[in-house]
Design a protein around this ligand. Structure first.
Ligand SMILES: Nc1ncnc2c1ncn2[C@@H]1O[C@H](COP(=O)(O)OP(=O)(O)O)[C@@H](O)[C@H]1O
Ligand SMILES: [Mg+2]
Length: 253
């Protein structure tokens, strides 16, 4: 569904992506893992048009989309859920959903039908429709962000660390919602800081380090590599899938 070939990209004068090759299978959940600073978010930004490749190619279902603007990439069918909260806190859930459908706002019946469909899958959209986004918990906001990303019926959804800052229970809900995205027909490319959780959710894995893809494999076989932690995550002491590790990044000092 998505192919990146020899993509070099970065910010200002420096290259972060040093020739990235990767392919994302249609209908799958693919998880990118790797240490901080490896370039995982930059890969998502290159696909979504927020960072323009200096060279190389990115294609969506065979069509070259490298160098397109973010709006053109969305129109082509790729929607990114940003790493940090993308909802308008002072707007209601329903208003946020309408904004997700901004590009199809002139096709009111389609927009209404699509939001009604999403209400079936994500009941919170209906139950909390007239409440401000600010009143939702972090996990609930995430789910609304997912639903909002689906309003345009994207072919591909990009998720950057969707469980960041969430407790284990909320993280489970977010993962369930990610599966629902897949069930609704979206191809999912995600970055997840909890490697073991991410690889259990995904079918395909991409390991990045220092701006390159080290390997692509099935998530199951990567999980089983005894050297996984030592090789790819800079430490042999990665916590066991102890559920407390999920929200690990946001510990108070
Ligand atoms: N907006 C930016 N401007 C300049 N450098 C950036 C920017 N965003 C990220 N970088 C740098 O790019 C590198 C890769 O970052 P990123 O793609 O965010 O990595 P990851 O998501 O794997 O942690 C890091 O060295 C980071 O400092
Ligand atoms: Mg990142």
């Amino acid at each position: 569904m998505i192919e990146m070939q020899s993509v070099i990209a970065g910010y200002g004068a420096g290259d972060v992506l040093q020739g990235v090759n990767l392919s994302v299978q249609e209908g799958a959940i693919t998880c990118i893992v790797g240490p901080n600073g490896a370039g995982k978010s930059t890969v998502l930004r290159a696909i979504s048009g927020l960072v323009r490749p200096r060279s190389g190619h990115i294609s969506l279902a065979g069509e070259d989309i490298s160098g397109r603007s973010p709006a053109q990439v969305i129109a082509a069918g790729i929607v990114q859920v940003p790493q940090q909260g993308g909802l308008f806190a002072e707007l209601t859930i329903h208003e946020n959903m309408l904004l997700g459908g901004y590009l199809i706002r002139r096709d009111r019946p389609r927009l209404r039908r699509r939001i009604a469909e999403l209400e079936q899958v994500f009941p919170i959209i209906r139950e909390r429709a007239s409440e401000k986004a600010a009143n939702l918990s972090g996990g609930q906001r995430r789910i609304v962000e997912f639903a909002r990303a689906l309003v345009l019926e994207p072919r591909v959804v990009l998720l950057d660390e969707p469980t960041l800052g969430l407790d284990p229970k909320a993280s489970e809900l977010v993962f369930d919602s990610t599966r629902m995205m897949q069930d609704l027909g979206a191809t999912v490319l995600m970055v997840e800081q909890n490697v073991r959780f991410g690889l259990k959710l995904a079918s395909h894995a991409v390991v990045m380090e220092r701006g390159r893809v080290l390997l692509e494999d099935s998530a199951a076989s990567l999980l089983q590599r005894p050297d996984m932690a030592a090789l790819f995550f800079g430490s042999a002491t990665t916590p066991e899938p102890d559920e407390t590790a999920v929200a690990g990044e946001k510990k108070s000092p």
